[in-house]
Design a protein around this ligand. Sequence first.
Ligand code: K1U
Ligand code: ZN
Length: 180
Amino acid sequence: MAIRPILLHPDPRLKKRCDPVETIDDGIRTLVADMFETMYAAPGIGLAAPQIGTLIRVIVMDCAKGEDDDPEPIAMVNPQVVWESEDLNVHEEGCLSIPEEYNDVERPAQVRVAYTDPDGTAQEIECDGLLATCVQHEIDHLNGKLFIDYLGPMKRQMITGRMKKRKKERAASKGTTAKV
Ligand code: K1U
Ligand code: ZN
């Protein structure tokens, strides 16, 4: 297993629609294991494959309540929202590709998601609360959409400006050049 570098906004790879996975093999299972390790190390509660530069439809999440609770890892290949509630919920969101930025986003409060698990078995689960927010955030990543795309243009530009500055500072401290 390996911790992979997480791409930072703005990056053209975070704006691409990802390809479906055709075959679930050991390569996909290694990717899933690396994604869990990367997510837990960050730390975060979710991660989508494009955030580590792999443009395919794979996400991982763990929305277990407290630090003392058992982990609840979920890996989804080709996830699809098959039903969403009419009632909406506002939740503060963050993103490992947009660190230090948090904003409220309104989304359907409950969703049912169909997906294939890493063993190749078809699954369907109903999500609410933080898991519903997180799974919609991660599926958005697979469609090249970021949580800042739900904000007004002024807020989005402010955040993107701060991120460009942060990327330059990080690159300078590592002696590399940031592509912003
Ligand atoms: O996809 C991502 O960038 C991961 C993101 C998921 C997410 C968080 C909140 C609402 C919607 C989706 C994160 O995990 S950001 C970090 C975070 O939320 C967190 C970090 C440490 C402890 C608890 C939460
Ligand atoms: Zn994110």
